[in-house]
Design a protein around this ligand. Structure first.
Ligand code: FES
Length: 74
């Protein structure tokens, strides 16, 4: 239990991306962002590290509320 709520058994979030790596790290230079960049945080995107909208299907199936990180130039 955590903060009075039942916590489910820990499990893998990432089941597809760079599984041979101990840790998945991606680095971007802001000069490479043209206007807006949308990055996946649900680990379901076929275009990882970019969001391809796969979070919508995952959220619908699980009741979760995952979404991307959006970085834009001012
Ligand atoms: Fe993963 Fe959109 S596909 S956050």
């Amino acid at each position: 239990y955590f903060l009075g709520q039942k916590v489910s058994t820990p499990h893998r979030q990432n089941t597809t991306i760079k599984l041979a790596s101990d840790k998945v790290v991606d680095t971007f230079k802001t000069e490479g962002i043209d206007g807006k960049a949308v990055y996946c945080r649900c680990w379901k995107s076929a275009k990882f590290p970019y969001c391809d909208g796969a979070h919508n299907k995952y959220n619908k199936e699980t009741g979760d509320n995952l979404g991307p990180l959006i970085i834009s130039k001012e």
